[in-house]
Design a protein around this ligand. Sequence first.
Ligand code: 5GP
Length: 208
Amino acid sequence: MSKEGLLVVVSGFSGAGKGTVMKELLDRYDNYALSISATTRSPRPGEEEGKHYFYKTKEEFQRMIQDGALIEYASYVDNYYGTPREYVREQRLAGKDVILEIEIQGALKVKEKFPDALLLFITPPSAAELKRRLIGRGTEDEETIASRLKRAGEEALGIEQYDYLIINDDLDACVRETHQIIQMQHQRASGNMDLIRRIQKELTEISS
Ligand code: 5GP
């Protein structure tokens, strides 16, 4: 049986480019599965149901909460976002490292429920660069950009609670670093207790 996959949370300011980093990570390496969230926000042009998000009404979202179908959920700039439980469980059992691309309130809830989860925070090199990327994306109006920048300022106060900070200046380097950090997490002694116990047992046997 393959070892259970890791739970990897990736957060970053809206506009930090984490979507691009995640897409590249999944294209380059086989061992990842990206969790698809449920949200009450409307699809942006080009977004598809079941590929980018599962788009829900407020009532449908509330029902998912009541049914215990979400690992975590949070409200973000007037909408709800949440992680469906079942896909994450299935993929981890199949040995895949599951990536949750979620904001900070949700990330901290995941850490509470799954203390072994790895929390990564992706940031552009500066606030000016973040604003430039948000405007350049051209998908949000001025007011939404202003709310997202305000929210980024609030989120920045929680970065210390993450395990690793990754600066997204050069896409290629950022993808490689993200992959390396996740791979290192696989080597942690506390995540390999079965192997450790086996070696301990073998050593007792061999020397008796
Ligand atoms: P966007 O509207 O730009 O797609 O996403 C807005 C924010 O919600 C982003 O920071 C994104 O990472 C976060 N987000 C997306 N899905 C989830 C989720 O399932 N749970 C939480 N807590 N945040 C999410």
